[in-house]
Design a protein around this ligand. Structure first.
Ligand SMILES: [Zn+2]
Length: 218
């Protein structure tokens, strides 16, 4: 059975709790545009603590900036946003195929149909490296003359396994992204820091206990 048959029932419940959202302004109050993947596991409102009316959420396969440019121009020039946050995520389907593979798949679904050859003109904008794809998209937006020069552009990884987000544009962010994929590697600086910290804390704890013990004997 098609899912759309359930829409009306679900919508009745939603409308019953709609409150005063009908009064929200058209322009996002946080002046923020989020570019993210269409992946069904991602809920940007929930994982970023954003509410209706506060930000544009621009979604496409992969959260690719080039594909989002049309919406970004509208968002900035007509609706006043001045900050863009690009989110790509772990486990993204865009890491798993190539455009030529998908083009062949489409054409092979109906061999001899010339109309399907139009797929050869579509660049599906897949990417082989998650972190690099975010850096590329941030650079694309910062350097693009169609994006307002005063725009604050940041890049982020969303981890579908835990719901965590990590920035990629600074040292902490890079460590954080490495840590997402490290599986407790001995080369991961965050894992090393956690180990050192737990040793230090247990040392301080022991010192405190012996100090309290010596005070009792005074
Ligand atoms: Zn994805």
């Amino acid at each position: 059975m098609s899912v759309h048959r359930d829409f009306n029932k679900a919508n009745e419940a939603y409308v019953a709790n709609f409150g005063d959202k009908g009064r929200l302004a058209l322009a996002p109050t946080k002046k923020l545009a989020i570019v993210t993947c269409m992946d069904a596991r991602i809920n940007p409102y929930a994982h970023l603590g954003i509410n209706e009316g506060e930000a544009h959420i621009i979604r496409n396969a992969g959260g690719v900036a080039k594909d989002a440019l049309r919406s970004i121009i509208i968002s900035q020039r007509l609706l006043g946003t001045r900050e863009i946050a690009v989110f790509h995520h772990t486990g993204c389907g865009m890491l798993t195929f190539t455009s030529s593979h998908l083009q062949t798949l489409v054409k092979d679904s109906d061999p001899g149909n010339p109309a399907l050859e139009a797929v050869d003109k579509i660049d599906f904008l897949e990417f082989p490296d998650l972190e690099q794809s975010i850096k590329d998209d941030v650079a694309f937006l910062k350097e693009n003359p169609l994006v307002l020069p005063e725009t604050v552009v940041t890049g982020w990884v969303y981890e579908v396994e835990t719901g965590k987000v990590c920035p990629v544009q600074n040292l902490w962010g890079r460590l954080c992204v490495t840590h997402l994929r490290c599986s407790d590697s001995p080369n991961c600086l965050i894992c090393i820091w956690k180990t050192v910290r737990s040793i230090l804390l247990s040392f301080i704890d022991e010192t405190c206990h012996s100090h309290i013990g010596s005070l009792r004997h005074m």
